[in-house]
Design a protein around this ligand. Structure first.
Ligand SMILES: Cc1ncc(C[n+]2csc(CCOP(=O)(O)OP(=O)(O)O)c2C)c(N)n1
Length: 546
């Protein structure tokens, strides 16, 4: 006999899932044990929310759903943030939690929540695993996460049902073809392979014609582009020498040190400059652009030539847009010569953006935020994966970190939920053990989940954390000032970052010297060790860059 828990574990293992992230309760111990028997490692974290974030980043990097497992009631309730993040940030996440068995008496309300109802609006697929349906429901849930736009599935399995025998036994179920089985990076992108059909050629020609009559076109690449298209994308924008901008979540899809790179749109630092650049463009091409990342309304106020392959987050398709395979249209475009030349039409905006990075103020005790980015970028290799938390530091790194390779920059920019940075770093490091990982976080976000430094050490995921210390929720403080409000309850007293790191078993240091920062980061990379570097910053410096 195969129990439902064992069948669930087998389905996950057969689908290529080798790690499940989570924090247990008594009701999931049987499933955890079956996962262990099936060769699926349980990555124990310190908060379910963090486990969900780490899982989603891990999964997306491997081209498969991330899987998070929690107990019922409170553990399941703590899944709200990662499930919302998965929904808005297009990250594939299968969440499984326990639930009170259906046949408990109605008077048993302890820890009973209407979990399916809670998560149905944001999850792609919600269901209850039973012995009868396990071989159907679990593969379907995995598959649903990977339909573009990527999103979340949520399943419950009661401790009682986990022990019952599964109807189909261990005969397998054939998820092959669903794109889930053996889902390493290869062939796991779930893209419809397109060819240059008549429709694709028509769309390519329409775009080439529009570009041909534009003097100042701007290609804006967004979250819905598959990173597997990076090489095609680079070929097209480079051969045509097209001005190109990206949203934060696809940083690195093109080389941000190239001359035709204009900047990052979507509410980061220097956003005024970027919004002016968009306003000055006579054609904006939204290539995989998902407005979920844009906190202003320019995407609705001005015409955009959309080139979308799939609906945006939440299943939205702009009115009248024909979905077209990105690979096919990029191939069709690059076959043609550029319809005209655009000699650096955004130079004034590129120069202004650059000046804001270097317009430093002097203070011996703090570091100019721009110098933090530049010091780190001078020593970290191009393949470094950078994660950020949410706050002013995210705006800084989102605009100015010079991403050079695809999938090397991770932030929450659809949901924009604090506590993303450290958890994303753990997921990224486990998925790409050979790449250096750097988490840039604020002192507010760091204090939300610094305990995950212990998780990272324990599970063998060393990374560098840079904590930008300003003693405040500075982005909110800046917002108060912008609304002409008094600074009120947005400052906090320091918690010693270095001691917190050391308490979690990680070395820490504090510096306000850019050379020392660069040297410390380089040493940690060379030694493949975790390190927490606290860098004092002045919160008013940020506002000079926004
Ligand atoms: C979970 C969550 N709570 C609150 C917010 C609102 N919020 C956005 S940025 C921010 C301040 C973050 O402070 P810190 O981590 O110190 O970063 P800083 O802004 O100082 O760089 C807050 C409270 C949020 N985005 N997510």
């Amino acid at each position: 006999m195969t129990s439902t828990a064992a069948a669930t574990a087998t389905v996950l293992a057969d689908a290529g899932i080798t790690r499940v992230f989570g924090l247990p309760g008594g009701e999931v111990l049987v499933l955890m044990d079956e996962l262990r028997r099936a060769g699926v490692d349980f990555v124990l974290m310190r908060h379910e929310s963090n486990a969900g974030i780490a899982a989603a980043v891990y999964g997306k990097l491997l081209g498969q759903p991330g899987v998070v497992l929690t107990t019922l009631g409170p553990g399941a309730a703590n899944l709200m943030l990662p499930l919302c993040s998965s929904y808005l940030d297009q990250e594939p996440l299968l969440a499984i939690s326990a639930q009170i068995p259906d046949d408990f008496p109605a008077s048993h309300t302890h820890q009973l929540l209407p979990l399916h109802d809670v998560y149905r609006p944001i999850a792609r697929y919600v269901d209850k695993i039973t012995g009868d349906n396990v071989f159907d429901v679990v593969p379907r849930a995995l598959k649903k996460c990977m339909e573009r736009p990527f999103g979340a599935s949520y399943l419950t399995l009661s401790a009682r049902e986990a022990l019952k025998s599964s109807a189909v036994g261990d005969t397998g179920f054939g998820v092959q073809g669903s794109g889930v089985r053996g889902s390493g990076v290869q062939g796991s992108r779930f893209r419809v392979q397109g060819s240059a059909t008549t429709e694709v050629r028509a769309e390519a020609n329409a775009l080439a014609t529009a570009l041909g009559s534009a003097k100042r076109p701007l290609v804006v690449i967004g979250l819905s582009i598959d990173p597997a298209n990076s090489a095609r994308m680079r070929r097209w924008v480079n051969e045509w020498n097209l001005p190109v901008a990206v949203t934060p979540k696809v940083k690195g899809i093109v080389d941000e040190t190239a001359a035709n790179f204009v900047g990052v749109v979507g509410g980061m630092a220097a956003d005024g400059v970027m919004c002016d650049a968009i306003a000055a463009a006579d054609l904006v091409v939204g290539l995989g652009l998902d407005p979920v990342e844009v906190d202003k309304t320019w995407h609705a106020d001005r015409p955009i030539h959309w080139v979308l392959e799939s609906p945006n987050a939440g299943g939205v398709v702009p009115t009248g847009v024909v979905l077209v395979d990105h690979a096919a249209i990029l191939d069709a475009l690059v076959e043609q010569p550029p319809p005209t030349r655009w000699p650096s039409p955004f130079k004034e905006f590129q120069d202004k953006r650059e000046r804001m990075l270097n317009d430093r103020t002097g203070s011996a005790s703090t570091m100019w935020p721009g110098d933090i980015v530049q010091a780190l970028a001078s020593v970290m290799p191009a393949e470094t994966i950078v994660t950020t938390d949410v706050g002013s530091h995210k705006y800084l790194f989102g605009q100015y970190w010079p991403s050079r390779q695809p999938e090397t920059f991770w932030m929450s920019n659809g949901l924009s939920g604090m506590s993303y940075g450290l958890s994303a770093a753990i997921g990224a490091k486990l998925a790409r053990p050979d790449a250096p990982v750097l988490a840039a976080v604020g002192d507010g976000g760091f204090s939300m989940n610094a305990q995950e430094l212990e998780s990272a050490e324990r599970v063998g995921a060393p990374f560098i954390t840079v904590v930008l210390e300003d003693g405040s929720y500075s982005l909110i403080k800046i917002s108060q000032a912008g609304k002409k409000l008094e600074p009120y309850r947005t400052d906090f007293r320091p918690i010693d970052t270095v001691k917190m790191a050391e308490a979690c078993g990680v070395a820490g240091l504090r510096t306000s010297n850019p050379d020392e920062l660069a040297a410390a980061a380089k040493q940690a990379v060379d030694r493949r060790r975790s390190l927490v570097i606290a860098v004092p910053v002045n919160d008013t410096d940020y506002s000079r860059m926004f």
